[in-house]
Design a protein around this ligand. Sequence first.
Ligand code: MLT
Length: 255
Amino acid sequence: MPTIDVNGRTLHYMESGNGPAILLIHGFPLDGRVWSPVAERLVSRMRVLTPELRGFGRNNPETAFTMDDLADDMAAFMEMLGIAPCPVAGLSMGGYVAQALARKYPGIATKLIMVDTKAEADSAEARGKRDAMAQLANTGGAKAVADQMAPNMLSPATPPAVKANLCAIMESQPAKTLAAASIAMRDRQDFTPLVAGSDSPIHWIFGRDDKISPASAIESLVRPGKDSVTMIDNAGHMSPIEQPAAVAEAIGRAV
Ligand code: MLT
């Protein structure tokens, strides 16, 4: 797997295909592998870049960072690989990173493709759950985080093999990074002003069975004639691994 040095750290990434570039940002507690089944379906017409966020996947563990730090990494990554500006797709936490990127680097994302994610900041109750998740990561490790999250992440229709793959990805993440990411998500900004005022269209994609980031949360932000919403049947919060063909098709239509 290739690596690139950005902002004083080494990031692993996957790259394949030819054509116009697209950046795919993974969610929590995951790494770039969660995008692989979608990337496979885009490479015949696009250059697909799937970085692993700092601390995740094969990168060195990290103990503290912010959503803006992750956005800075993505901006530097895009510049160094010569793909800026281009469409940016983010899955769940990757959507928060993509929104932080678009807010801090106007114009760098020609289109935002927001997959199983949301725009608003955490409520007080959600912030408390982030603290508990950070504590769980620090005391029980990635397996404890995976065990807590797995039951809510997938559609009941999703086959056991997909769940097993998801759990393997989650359990392989560095616990320290998961604690740091929980705090970064807790403290992320409210992105609703960004999505309400974005010059570029925003394409939302949701698993119809997503309990963590339901489509209902962003309905009022969708601008008719500019933005779009695609609902994916038989998918929950991990639509890129649950229904990769449908997600790739929706991304293909958006770009
Ligand atoms: C994710 O899938 O990245 C997380 O569920 C996001 C979140 O917990 O807000």
